[in-house]
Design a protein around this ligand. Structure first.
Ligand SMILES: Cc1cc2nc3c(=O)[nH]c(=O)nc-3n(C[C@H](O)[C@H](O)[C@H](O)COP(=O)(O)OP(=O)(O)OC[C@H]3O[C@@H](n4cnc5c(N)ncnc54)[C@H](O)[C@@H]3O)c2cc1C
Length: 362
């Protein structure tokens, strides 16, 4: 025990990740307030140990050897709702579960996060990769991130611009050793108008015959996600995953044309329209990573021993129990290499690799 916080030794991390893989943390703690976070960091500094922040463990792959130094959960709780005219500003502590926050916002008739229902993990991690789904991303409503800067030990309120959000990216993600997110402030609209900007969501809402209310959008997103094993469901055979294993590649127009040409030439599609792709605002083209994986020869449900491809979504790699992170990464490498050989596109992994040193897919 140091100050008010308990620091454990040799804490297994696999149970703290959704993949259920990886070794132990040399040291582990989960402070419940900001003072505790400061104490834990000071303790690690005093012992010259590296610090890794862990949220709900739904976007990480931990090495089988485990993690040296201190792994710190941020168990800060509390939510503060403040009405400001047409909007509500809500400040949510980093340790609050993300999906429960979305449910509460929708129940209060607040718009801005309804399409992000069902994403596992904690609020503190949402800005890290700018979580997004079904045409919405968290950058659209984050107005402030309260974060501790490990370079000077001070706490800052970062405005949206300082977060430098991009597609599955942010200033926090680009500089992983620097920031500990303590709380996030969202600005949610009181007009109750949901965002329906994604074809699949619009079609599913229409099929339900439901008026597109916030609640209907949330429910529809959850049912679409369930059908792809993209919610955490203990009864689902694909339950141990990190969600999408690769981000959707953003390529130039000519690269996209090459992919389409390769697909037509090899008889994978009958016509060019059959290759899913979307124009990105910057003139590039977003390709569907899951489609590339499947067409590169990895059928849904295919297995390599204890790991495999989700039976409901080719983009998720899953662990069936008794496996290793090394086996999962071997499969990820195989997927990446075959997609590259077939389509000339190099898939980039979405989860954060912890404890590997260097590029584990190299
Ligand atoms: C079934 C499934 C479906 C998913 N669907 C989606 C989806 O639709 N869209 C999407 O964007 N993601 C999705 N994900 C990925 C994941 O849920 C999100 O990225 C989520 O925000 C991660 O939260 P976490 O608390 O589990 O973070 P962790 O996995 O614990 O951590 C992820 C990264 O953030 C860092 N981090 C965590 N908390 C903090 C903090 N307080 N301060 C500083 N750094 C921190 C960690 O160090 C690590 O680098 C899915 C995952 C699963 C398993």
């Amino acid at each position: 025990v140091t100050g008010g916080i308990a620091i454990e030794r040799n804490t297994p991390l696999a149970p703290r990740t959704t993949l259920r893989l990886g070794g132990a943390a040399e040291h582990f703690c989960a402070p419940e307030d900001e003072a505790g976070v400061g104490e834990a960091l000071a303790w690690a500094d005093a012992h010259a140990l590296p610090v890794t922040v862990l949220g709900g463990g739904s976007n990480v792959v931990v090495s089988d050897a485990g993690l040296r130094g201190l792994v710190m959960g941020v168990n800060l709780r509390g939510t503060d709702w403040q009405e400001h005219g047409r909007v509500t500003r809500v400040t949510v502590s980093a340790g609050e579960p993300w999906d429960a926050f979305v449910a509460e916002a929708v129940a209060r008739g607040l718009a801005g996060v309804e399409c992000l229902a069902g994403i596992p993990g904690l609020v503190g991690a949402a800005p890290i990769q700018n979580v997004g789904a079904y045409g919405q991303e968290v950058a659209e409503c984050v107005v402030e991130v309260r974060a501790l800067d490990r370079t000077d030990g001070r706490v800052y309120s970062l405005a949206t611009e300082a977060c430098a959000f991009g597609y599955r990216d942010s200033a926090f993600k680009r500089d992983p050793a620097r920031w500990v997110v303590l709380a996030v402030t969202f600005e949610l609209r009181r007009d109750g108008a949901p965002k329906v900007a994604y074809d699949e969501l619009a079609r599913a809402l229409e099929a339900r015959g439901a008026a597109p209310t916030l609640a209907a959008v949330r429910e529809t997103v959850l049912s679409l996600r369930r059908a792809k094993s993209m919610v955490i469901d203990p009864a689902d055979e694909n339950r141990h995953s990190a969600g999408s294993f690769f981000v959707n590649p953003m390529v130039t127009l000519s690269e996209a044309e090459r992919v389409v040409e390769a697909a037509v030439r090899t008889g994978l599609v009958a016509c060019t329209d059959d290759v899913p792709r979307w124009p990105a605002p910057d003139g590039r083209v977003k390709l569907a990573a899951g489609w590339l994986v499947e067409r590169a020869g990895f059928a849904k449900g295919s297995r390599r021993g204890a790991v495999g491809v989700s039976s409901r979504h080719a983009l998720a790699l899953v662990h069936h129990g008794g496996g290793t992170s090394a086996a999962l990464l071997a499969l990820a490498r195989e997927v990446r290499d075959r997609v590259r050989a077939r389509f000339g596109v190099t898939l980039v992994p979405e989860p954060v690799f912890l404890g590997f040193g260097g590029d584990p897919l190299a």
